[in-house]
Design a protein around this ligand. Structure first.
Ligand SMILES: NC(=O)c1ccc[n+]([C@@H]2O[C@H](COP(=O)([O-])OP(=O)(O)OC[C@H]3O[C@@H](n4cnc5c(N)ncnc54)[C@H](OP(=O)(O)O)[C@@H]3O)[C@@H](O)[C@H]2O)c1
Length: 343
């Protein structure tokens, strides 16, 4: 008999969440749903936030938003997909294209009240999937739905960057390394800041134009001005939050864009926004992206043969160690969980 699918669920304790292995009972498929055998999943910083601050999560939430797998069954009204198709679910199941609606937020996979993908099987609406390009492995594909879509949305959809522009990228985690790879492929000059010279060497090998160690040079905004004839950068990917926002305001060029994305140093920067006015600059909020953004990203990556950078892969049974590895911030790129074995 087919064993019940494995999963992890977050059990709430008084202080934090606890990753707890479990077995699932899958319901029958609705007419427009598909069943996906998950082969790989990946972690994002968001998943650490959910585990450590579980107050807003439903009890027993299945975590993680990012996965890749193979369709093993389809509902009777599904026409767009077939058994055997390689797919990834979209971070926001209801955001197909066009403008974002606040109501989509609650449906984000692996957060709040909506179960995520850290299980052998997931049920997904036939409208909330993208096909995986043939050149990507399923582990590589599993790194894309949150971090890579976010980088794509920020660089190309909102900041409208093009060949010859400049971008400042904070750190060498998931969003940052995808942003670097996408920018380099498009001929955008990327300046990467990191705590580690070793990681900065790897960033240079991936196409970074300039690098800055933010421990050695905490006023990296000044270095940005040195590198850019005092112009600043066309776009800053703001991943840090309170400890980086003032530097980002100083580093952005006239007419440039700060893409507000991250909370690595906390929530709610209290910066004086006046410099924005005198630069005719823009702040845009980014919350991952739509199914259309995801498809466009896949196409661009395939055209440029971009392969995601996987730092380390853990077995399903090592999921707590995978979280600990992400939390250590030793990684460069993405941390993956391999679901294709029995461990
Ligand atoms: N708004 C959205 O749609 C969206 C989507 C995805 C992610 N995010 C947010 O974006 C941020 C990055 O997410 P992620 O999953 O890519 O994280 P991640 O993989 O865990 O990246 C962590 C890395 O960030 C860097 N970092 C930490 N503090 C820094 C600082 N003060 N200045 C510069 N870099 C710093 C470090 O790189 P080094 O070791 O190189 O220093 C660290 O290794 C998180 O805050 C996450 O919540 C938002």
């Amino acid at each position: 008999m087919h064993p019940a699918p494995r999963a992890y669920q977050i059990k709430k304790t008084s202080t934090r969440g606890q990753l707890t292995p479990s077995r699932l009972t899958m319901p029958a498929l609705a007419p427009h749903q598909v069943l996906v055998q998950v082969r790989a999943a990946s972690l994002n910083y968001r998943d650490l936030l959910a585990l450590h601050n579980p107050a807003d999560l439903k009890e027993g939430l299945i975590p993680l938003s990012d996965a890749a797998g193979v369709i093993s069954a389809i509902g009777p009204d599904v026409t767009a997909w077939q058994v055997g198709d390689r797919v990834s679910p979209c971070f926001f199941p209801h955001w197909d294209s066009g403008p974002f609606h606040a109501s989509y937020l609650q449906s984000a996979l692996g957060g709040g009240q909506t179960d995520g993908v850290l299980s052998d099987e997931i049920i997904v609406s036939d409208r909330a999937l993208v096909a995986i390009p043939a050149y990507l492995t399923l582990s590589e594909a599993a790194t894309l739905p949150c971090a890579a879509v976010t980088a794509w949305h920020a660089l190309f959809v909102r900041a409208h960057l093009k060949n010859g522009d400049t971008v400042l990228i904070q750190g060498t985690g998931g969003v940052a390394i995808f942003a670097l790879q996408l920018a380099a492929a498009q001929g955008i000059r990327a300046i990467v800041v990191s705590s580690s010279d070793q990681k900065l060497e790897r960033a240079t090998a991936l196409g970074a134009w300039k690098t800055i160690n933010y421990h050695k040079e905490p006023r990296w905004d000044q270095a940005v001005h040195r590198f850019t004839d005092n112009e600043g950068v066309s776009c800053v990917l703001e991943l840090g939050g309170p400890d980086t926002f003032d530097r980002s305001l100083a580093a952005v060029a006239g007419g440039g864009t700060i893409a507000q994305i991250g909370v690595l140093t906390g929530f709610g920067p209290q910066s004086n926004l006046l410099p924005l006015q005198f630069k005719n600059a823009t702040i845009c909020g980014i919350c991952v992206g739509s199914r259309e953004h995801f498809s466009d990203l896949h196409q661009f990556m395939a055209t440029h043969a971009i392969r995601p950078v996987i730092d380390r892969t853990f077995d399903f049974g090592e999921t707590p160690a995978a979280y600990a590895h992400l939390e250590s911030a030793q990684h460069f790129g993405k941390v993956v969980i391999d679901m294709s074995n029995d461990n």
